[in-house]
Design a protein around this ligand. Structure first.
Ligand code: PEP
Length: 252
């Protein structure tokens, strides 16, 4: 059985004190939750402090991006070794905001995913179509391109450690979430792709999160879908009550 995974992507929000306050509050609200894997992805500057707050709890730490080189003259970048040194178990790669504003491509996502897996950090690989692509009936093609090329060359063992986040760009931060049917249709399609690329064991084992305007009141119907294994949450992860309600409403 795939364990539900709910991750909060804080994006470029929360300074050091605000991050510690939110993490402390979530630690209290979510103590005792066992059936759901919870991941907090604060900005780089807060990773170490949040790690201290959640130490010894069931909450895990994730980064929002990384660079694939180990060290050196790459001004502004953060290596996977550095992320590990502050306790990151996960790292988001290929978020649509990085694809849109920072030149992320399937190739760079692929390099990051491979480097993360080599270092023992689990990638959360984001895929998803833009509104105009959906309107032009290209959603499946775009998702296939993202999945096949972002995950190219991953071994079966590595693929099983990887989480895929289906995040339709038109649903991110807009308040318009994909319906449960729209989400399920694409998640099922992704599982089919994994079966073609690998085998039934991988297709059934990989967790596929949905992301895009997830809120406490829509998570129940999204998570009720057979191929939806969790959520990547942006806006609603910035408040303790909404994120913890999402977690609590996510039991299968
Ligand atoms: C995200 O950025 O990953 C996201 C899903 O954002 P939101 O929940 O705000 O739509």
């Amino acid at each position: 059985m795939r364990k539900v995974i709910i991750a909060g992507n804080w994006k470029m929000n929360k300074n050091l004190q605000e991050s510690m306050d939110l993490a402390n509050s979530l630690k209290k609200e979510l103590s005792g939750v066992k059936d759901i894997e919870m991941v907090l992805c604060p900005p780089f500057t807060s990773l170490g402090a949040v790690a201290e707050v959640i130490k010894g709890t069931g909450i895990k730490l994730g980064a929002q991006d990384c660079y694939w080189e180990k060290e050196g003259a790459f001004t502004g970048e953060v290596s996977i070794g550095m992320l590990k040194s502050v306790g990151c178990a996960y790292c988001i790669v290929g978020h649509s905001e990085r694809r849109q504003f920072f030149g992320e491509t399937n190739l760079t996502v692929n390099k990051k995913a491979k480097a993360l897996l080599k270092e023992g950090v689990m990638p959360i690989v984001c895929v998803g179509e833009k509104l105009e692509e959906r309107k032009a009936d290209k959603a499946f093609d775009v998702v296939k391109d993202h999945v096949v090329n972002s995950l190219a060359g991953l071994s079966k063992e590595d693929m099983l450690k990887t989480v895929i986040a289906y995040e339709p760009v038109w649903a991110i931060g807009t308040g318009v979430n994909a319906t449960k049917e729209q989400a399920q249709e694409i998640h099922k399609y992704i599982r089919g792709l994994l079966k073609e690329m690998y085998d039934a064991q991988v297709a059934e084992g990989v967790r596929i999160q949905y992301g895009g305007s997830v809120k406490p009141d829509n998570i129940k119907e999204l998570i009720s879908q057979g191929d939806v294994d969790g959520a990547l949450v942006g806006g609603a992860s910035l408040k303790s009550d909404s994120f913890s309600q999402i977690v609590r409403n996510s039991s299968k």
